[in-house]
Design a protein. Structure first.
Length: 293
């Protein structure tokens, strides 16, 4: 089965515009009591479209760009709240230093349809995620029951059976080649897995998701327990790569988003906790079944 869990992209923008209502007029989305103004998102879409080739524009990428922009805004708002909760900050100087270390603004924008402000927003989200992971990852772990599956339909059927429990759920673990029970995964030792949706779910949840859209394999995971205070080897923490830190840090935003609630204007789609982004209403890359009550 290889690695049963896998990383899920933090930004996934696909499909058509659809979704549920939004709580505040003039909002593109509402996060808890914070609104992302519709005008803020709209003002960013046109300049990006203007930088695309006629062929790119003819492919109808406007909705995808709108969802991408809104996802960045929501991620920034979540990151700011999480940073404050953890007693951390990301300054303009931090963002500038990150950009300078990678060749400067011009180099990073080469070939990209974004402007400097949008680049800095993306870098803010990246730096914030790494800082959050540095603090949170050492204590983060899950105990999980894991199943492999070859298709979405089969994975979702298994997820529902697993969530229902009983003998039928137990029977799913008959083949050790495609099933594991009571698997303990820590963020430090299992960095790529720690960026997946499984690490952001509370105990009792069941999720079916596709770790890599380029492959047919699906994962079904039941969270037995989730811990935020396990002991970790400081040397192992120091070995986490920047990419690992960013993936883990982004996933730490998932419980916060769940607790605050994210409502997206139907012009854009819905918030998807699996990809941590705005997607079209019918394009969620998986299924989450939360514990009753």
């Amino acid at each position: 089965m290889g690695r049963v869990l896998g990383a899920v992209a933090s930004i996934a923008v696909v499909g058509v515009l659809a979704g549920c209502g939004v709580e505040q007029p003039g909002s593109a989305a509402v996060l808890g009591d914070t609104s992302v103004p519709l005008a803020v998102v709209q003002s960013q879409i046109g300049p990006i479209l203007d930088k695309l080739t006629p062929e790119q524009r003819s492919q109808g990428v406007g909705p995808d760009i709108a969802r991408f922009v809104l996802s960045l805004e929501l991620t920034r708002d979540l990151a700011q709240k999480q940073l404050a909760a953890q007693g951390l900050t990301v300054t303009d100087a931090d963002v500038s230093a990150y950009i300078d270390q990678r060749g400067g603004t011009a180099a990073l924008l080469q070939g990209q349809p974004f402007d400097e402000s949008q680049l800095r927003l993306q870098i803010f989200n990246t730096v914030a995620a790494a800082k959050l992971a540095t603090k949170i990852a050492p204590g983060l772990a899950i105990n999980a029951d894991i199943l492999g599956s070859a298709s979405r339909a089969d994975a979702e059927a298994k997820a529902r059976t697993l969530a229902a429990g009983g003998p039928a759920a137990d029977a799913l673990f008959g083949d050790p080649r495609v099933s594991q029970r009571g698997t303990v995964l820590t963020a430090v030792a299992n960095a790529s897995e720690a960026s997946s949706v499984a690490f952001g779910l509370p105990a009792g949840s069941v999720v079916a998701f596709q770790p890599d859209p380029q492959q047919a394999t699906w994962n079904v995971v039941r969270i037995v327990s989730r811990s935020t205070d396990v002991a970790s080897d400081p040397a192992a923490v120091a070995k986490l790569s920047q990419r690992d830190l960013v993936g883990i840090g982004q996933r730490t935003l998932q419980p916060l988003a769940d607790s605050l609630g994210v409502t997206v204007n139907p012009r854009f789609g819905v918030w998807d906790p699996i990809s941590l982004s705005v997607v079209a209403a019918d394009q969620s890359p998986g299924l989450i079944i939360r514990p009753a009550g």
